[in-house]
Design a protein around this ligand. Structure first.
Ligand code: AGP
Length: 592
């Protein structure tokens, strides 16, 4: 995880670096720091979020070069010593790092043999010292970087300043993202383009195993053999990477309310004149395969459960795997599997590990991601973008709905089934209705459950898949222990946990499963549970908590997931928690 920024020649480096770190703090917020050159390298850093760092960094900094970092702790607890930037023993090299160095223990031993010692526990401090060691022996900073690239195993995006080159910044990348923003007489670096869009729309994306030198006016990038590479300037569309809160108090609320727009954009992108526009070669590969495997993590895994069911509906055999589980015991069902990876960020390390295995087996693959230019987008055989706009809140909402929507469209396009398009369009009214009329009711439920320690979600079939996601959302941001249980499984064990006053939230939106769900409600009520029901109008009873307009039942993750998202949001708000940045988490999980 972690976010890095840097600038050279920019008129207000403090503003760019600190605001840039705020923009990137969705990548981690355990601690933050900056370094700049002014007659030597100066560092300010502390535990806590960027807001705190802003109070520490002097207003009147005079410098042409500055780097900054916001950290999600991997190696070493969040304390000042482990906070970036890190400086080498002889104060030559100062750097910020995003990634994980796998062989840091070996490198550390090597450096101890060279009389290096360390003030903290991070792998990043070791990288600073390794660069310094090679710099002092090679006498050339670029040669030192090349050598380090050869030695270091693992992932890194590095922005480096050197005491002997006050007008130059150095970069190095493998596995973790790093983007350069080109300005007129100034240049930037950052983990993604969002901190830079206010100042430039021209970007250079570094590939793995590349390093280079940046000045105010130049960018020189080299491959692992030291050969200079010609980099393309990429123009980015500002709207798609904007982190503007647009008047909302939190990103999560903004992103929930962007759900209808997200569905509409997918319909506009992948349907023309009533027909799907997916790449025929992709559709043929999917048709030819005898088994479709889905691999993902967290929320994206939940969307694969729904999506997998859609493909099964069109006659495909499927299996769904959690990336971190599959990576350590890879199985390949069928004779000709096709693999669909799903990732909002496109940077999830567990999934990148899976892709490596998939490639070793030469298997056809597709990534469904919200992040064009991400590692998975660049390295998968096919890529379909979610076009949801950047999702900042750690709790994924609009991207989940977008994933399910896109999977439904892709599955339906295999059989040229266009009824889905009407069903999706109809579901928009259900979502708008929830946004316009149900928030006060959801807030009331939030208030009733906010002090509970445990809670259950119940559903069957598509409502069960939605329950899984609803439950993850609630635990993630409200810290209430929550579990999703398929209605029929209650009696096989979980019912033992039902006791007086425990909240049980039930989805009843599927005509097939509604009668059994009503039976489940009686079972938990008779054991003292406080039941809240979310039902579609045609299946509802007067005692239900929330009754929503009818929709095609198989779209519950699209049409009524907003209720679950609002509920998690309002519970966290009522508890006074940090909605967008829940404890211990980060938006993109770039460590395994
Ligand atoms: C979602 O609310 C979570 N923060 C998390 O489970 C997330 O979905 C997971 O880390 C996968 O991320 P990805 O979609 O970016 O790969």
């Amino acid at each position: 995880m972690c976010g890095i920024v840097g600038c050279l020649g920019f008129k207000n480096p403090r503003e760019y670096v600190l605001n840039g770190l705020k923009t990137l703090d969705y990548r981690g917020y355990d601690s933050a720091g900056v370094a700049y050159y002014n007659d030597g390298i100066r560092i300010y850093k502390d535990v806590g979020a960027v807001e705190h760092l802003m109070e520490l960094v002097p207003q009147d900094i005079k410098t042409d070069i500055m780097i900054g970092h916001t950290r999600w702790a991997t190696h070493g607890v969040p304390n000042v010593a482990n906070t970036h930037p890190h400086i080498s023993k002889h104060k030559k090299i100062c750097l910020v790092h995003n990634g994980v160095i796998e062989n840091y223990e070996d490198v550390k031993k090597f450096l101890i043999g060279k009389h290096y010692d360390f003030y903290g526990d991070t792998d990043s401090e070791i990288v600073a010292n390794l660069i310094e060691h090679y710099y002092l022996s090679e006498n050339d900073i670029l040669d030192a970087l090349k050598k380090c690239m050869f030695v270091l195993k693992g992932s890194y995006a590095l922005a480096i300043i050197c005491n002997d080159y006050p007008d130059e910044m150095f970069v190095m990348k493998n596995g973790s993202p790093l983007v350069i923003g080109k300005g007129d007489g100034f240049n930037f670096v950052a983990s993604d383009a969002s901190p830079m869009i206010k100042y430039t729309d021209a970007f250079i994306e570094l590939n793995d195993q590349e390093y280079g030198r940046i000045t105010k006016t130049n960018v020189d990038i080299y491959d692992a053999n030291g050969v200079k590479v010609t980099k393309k300037l990429i123009k980015k569309d500002i709207e798609s990477i904007s982190h503007d809160l647009k008047g909302y108090p939190h990103y999560m609320l903004k992103e929930i309310e962007e759900i209808p727009q997200t569905i509409k954009r997918l319909l506009e992108t992948y349907v023309k004149d009533g027909k799907y526009t997916f790449d025929e070669s992709l559709l043929n590969k999917l048709r030819e395969s005898d088994h479709i495997m889905f691999i993902a993590c967290g929320t994206s895994y939940h969307s694969s459960l729904v999506g997998g069911r859609y493909f099964e509906h069109y006659g495909k055999s499927t299996s769904k795997y959690i990336a971190s589980e599959w990576a350590f015991d890879p199985v390949f069902p069928g004779n000709k599997p096709f693999i669909i990876l799903i990732s909002q960020s496109g940077e999830t390390a567990d999934l990148i590990h899976c892709l490596k295995i998939i490639k070793e087996h030469n298997l056809k693959n597709l990534i469904i991601t919200n992040t064009g230019g991400s590692t998975l987008d660049r390295n998968c055989m096919y890529s379909l973008l979610l076009h949801s706009g950047v999702e900042v809140s750690v709790a994924s909402t609009k991207a989940y709905v977008a994933q399910v929507t896109l999977l439904a469209m892709l599955a339906a396009s295999l059989s040229k089934d266009t009824k889905l398009i009407d069903d999706l369009t109809d579901s928009l009214d259900v979502i708008y209705d929830i946004q316009d009329h149900y928030k006060p009711l959801i807030m009331k439920v939030a208030d009733e459950i906010k002090d509970k320690k445990n809670l259950f979600y119940l559903g069957r079939s598509f409502d069960y898949f939605l329950s899984l996601e609803a439950s993850l959302k609630l635990k993630e941001i409200s810290y209430i222990h929550s579990e999703a249980i398929p209605g029929g499984e209650l009696k096989h064990g979980p019912i033992a946990l039902i006791e007086k006053g425990i909240p049980v939230i039930v989805f009843i939106t599927d005509p097939e499963t509604a009668p059994s769900m009503r039976g489940n409600i009686e079972e938990v009520k008779s054991r003292g549970a406080k039941v809240y029901t979310i039902a579609t109008k045609s299946l509802s009873r007067p005692e239900d908590t929330i009754m929503v307009e009818d929709y095609a039942y198989y779209l519950s993750s699209v049409a009524v997931s907003s209720i679950a998202f609002y509920l998690a949001y309002y519970v966290a708000l009522a508890k006074g928690l940090n909605v967008d940045k829940p404890r211990n988490l980060a938006k993109s999980v770039t460590v395994e």
